[in-house]
Design a protein around this ligand. Structure first.
Ligand SMILES: Nc1ncnc2c1ncn2[C@@H]1O[C@H](COP(=O)(O)OP(=O)(O)O)[C@@H](O)[C@H]1O
Ligand SMILES: [Mg+2]
Length: 284
């Protein structure tokens, strides 16, 4: 929409967890360090929690992207499943052709696969996103799965990623055996107020901005922080909205008032001008 006006190669504030756009805030660095410690230290189980839109999936994808030569990863995104279905999804994502879907056969197949990966010095990892939706009995079976080990070390690492409810679930007494396996649940921290400007500039640069043409005033940064509480998805939303307007009004300096107007729009019904021909107005 406004990319050409601000001379960007692509949308800077998209909503996908693209690892290229990962800004290493203090909170995100902590999360990356936790995952590295757990996986390479073969801790067996990890749990990463945080509010919706804080960057959990982005952090995990960026980690896998950076270390993929030495990782063998199965990503499970569908968590409303029973354990057999979960096993099937895991095997499929490991690239195994599942011929027999009986639980015993799937477990045997997984075990041989893990032994092979261990021999190849690959780290096998199962990442379960939106894990707050897992049924307690599925979590319990996952714990048993992580028992697969050689005399010397674990064959499999499992990373649970989910909303803060996941932390509450794991604190339940009935799941204490699983909880004891986890070296502390890491609750991700949002961006701090002073990181907002760097975050925005980083995303703009990644989207191709080479000149310093676009500027967010300190008041604008403050208003973005007040609206988003440092949650990247909300920062993206408001920045996107403000830049659409900025482009229509031919502004390269984004003020606090412009952000506040953008926030009002996000909180109210869609404004009429949004459905108008923004392309025309932006000169595309
Ligand atoms: N550290 C970060 N740097 C850049 N963008 C981020 C960061 N964290 C999150 N985002 C962006 O915020 C949005 C939501 O991130 P996502 O990983 O899907 O959140 P979650 O999985 O916690 O709901 C995505 O557009 C993502 O690119
Ligand atoms: Mg996510």
């Amino acid at each position: 929409m406004y990319e050409s006006y601000y001379q960007l190669d692509e949308p800077p504030f998209g909503s996908t967890p693209d690892p290229r756009f990962l800004y290493r805030s203090q909170g995100h660095r902590e999360a990356l360090a936790y995952v590295a410690y757990g996986l390479f230290g073969k801790k067996g189980f990890l749990a990463l929690t945080g509010e919706v839109g804080i960057g959990k999936t982005t952090v995990i994808r960026a980690f896998v992207h950076a270390f993929h030569p030495c990782l063998e990863v199965a990503f499970v995104l569908n968590t409303n499943v029973n354990f057999e279905e979960m096993l099937y999804l895991i095997l499929q994502d490991f690239g195994i052709d599942v011929k027999n879907t009986s639980k015993v056969m799937m477990l045997t197949t997984l075990n041989s696969f893990l032994i092979q990966k261990f021999a190849d010095q690959q780290n096998a990892v199962i990442i379960i996103d939106e894990a707050q939706n897992l049924a307690p009995d599925v979590l319990e079976e996952l714990r048993l799965l992580s028992n697969l080990e050689t005399d010397r070390q674990k064959l499999l690492q499992i990373v649970l990623v989910g909303q803060p409810e996941l932390g509450q679930m794991l604190a339940k007494r009935s799941l204490r055996q699983l909880r004891q396996r986890i070296p502390g649940v890491l609750e991700m921290r949002p961006l701090q107020a002073r990181e907002i400007n760097e975050y925005i500039r980083f995303r703009l640069r990644t989207a191709g901005m080479r000149n310093g043409r676009l500027e967010f005033t300190p008041e604008a940064q403050r208003a973005i922080y007040d609206y988003s509480a440092g949650i990247p998805r909300l920062i993206n939303q408001v920045c996107d909205r403000v830049l659409i307007r900025g482009c229509l009004e031919k502004k390269t300096r984004i003020s606090g008032d412009m952000v506040e107007a953008g926030v009002m729009e996000l909180q109210g019904p869609a404004p009429r001008w949004l459905s108008g021909d923004v392309r025309e107005a932006s000169g595309e």
